[in-house]
Design a protein around this ligand. Structure first.
Ligand SMILES: [Zn+2]
Length: 293
């Protein structure tokens, strides 16, 4: 497994870095990028920019594990990057990815964009998670997916924070369930749309692409903006069981039973929407409450 999934064009107008597999159990972004590069290379459309696909946690991907020693999406802090410490395999991977990012972004592009591709353990409709700094939020709203603000701010050391600190514009895609075919399609379509907006790709230059993208657009219920208003946190050793049947962006009502936490009922205090309900054994958060902006 090579670090670089592929590159296309060497036009200096825009740089688009696409990172995929930062979590080793989320291969769909990589497969999607491979499909995108093979079509770009075959049909050779003219674009105003350079696209670089970067493989994330190679050790994790080889073992189909989220990570081996520590989460590669929690270590992109200023301190870690300055110290250049490589005491874990993930920090080694980070330093290696940094070399690629620096190599490309130190050339002079007019605009610098990124897309970090992820998927989730539970089934979900695809969405964008955006850190609301610089031009990220405006950029995210150019795409036909629900945009969730503030999720990425609740954790430290994400790669999108680092790329934003570098002055690049972008967001995180959560394309669906890890191994689902729909997540792969969503991921691919979103990548094409980002290439269109960042590098001026005309879809008509690739046969059948416009239609493929149209089907994706039609599959998205609505484009709306959500903000996190509550994070239901758990302590270590807590017993937490979510009521069955909740899914991302589902409407909930005041008084509705959401979960059982240490044998006590958890009822909704909100007429709002639920986000990231916890149905796995591991996790620090039971669920989030989001509201429409
Ligand atoms: Zn992920």
């Amino acid at each position: 497994m090579k670090r670089i999934i592929g590159t296309y064009s060497d036009n200096k107008e825009a740089l688009l870095l696409v990172t995929a597999g930062i979590h080793g159990n989320e291969p769909s972004g990589i497969i999607a990028m491979e499909k995108v590069f093979s079509r770009l290379k075959y049909y050779q459309p003219l674009i105003k920019g350079t696209i670089v696909g970067i493989r994330g946690n190679i050790g994790g991907l080889k073992n189909a594990k989220r990570f081996l020693e520590e989460d590669l999406n929690r270590i992109w802090t200023k301190e870690n990057i300055l110290s250049e410490k490589t005491d874990t395999t993930e920090k080694e991977e980070m330093m290696d990815i940094l070399d690629v990012i620096r190599f490309f972004s130190e050339k002079e592009y007019t605009k610098n964009y990124f897309l970090d591709c992820h998927t989730t353990s539970a089934e979900t409709q695809p969405f964008i998670s955006v850190q609301d700094v610089g031009e990220n939020d405006n950029w995210a709203h150019l795409f036909p997916l629900p945009v969730v603000r503030g999720f990425s701010d609740m954790v430290n050391g994400c790669i999108d924070h680092y790329l934003s600190r570098r002055g690049m514009t972008g967001f995180v895609s959560e394309a669906g369930q890890h191994n689902s075919l729909s997540a792969l399609k969503n991921q691919e379509c979103l990548i094409w749309l980002v290439i269109e907006k960042a590098c001026g790709l005309n879809f008509d230059q690739i046969p059948k692409l416009s239609k493929y993208i149209e089907t994706f657009r039609n599959s998205i219920k609505e484009q709306s903006t959500f903000e996190i208003i509550h994070r239901y946190t758990l302590a270590e050793g807590d017993r937490f069981v979510m009521e069955p049947g909740f899914f991302n962006f589902q409407k909930i009502e005041k008084g509705e039973k959401l979960a059982t936490h240490n044998d006590k009922e958890v009822r909704s205090r909100w007429d709002s929407y639920i986000f990231m309900p916890l149905y796995q054994s591991q996790g620090e958060d039971g669920f989030y409450i989001i509201d429409r902006v």
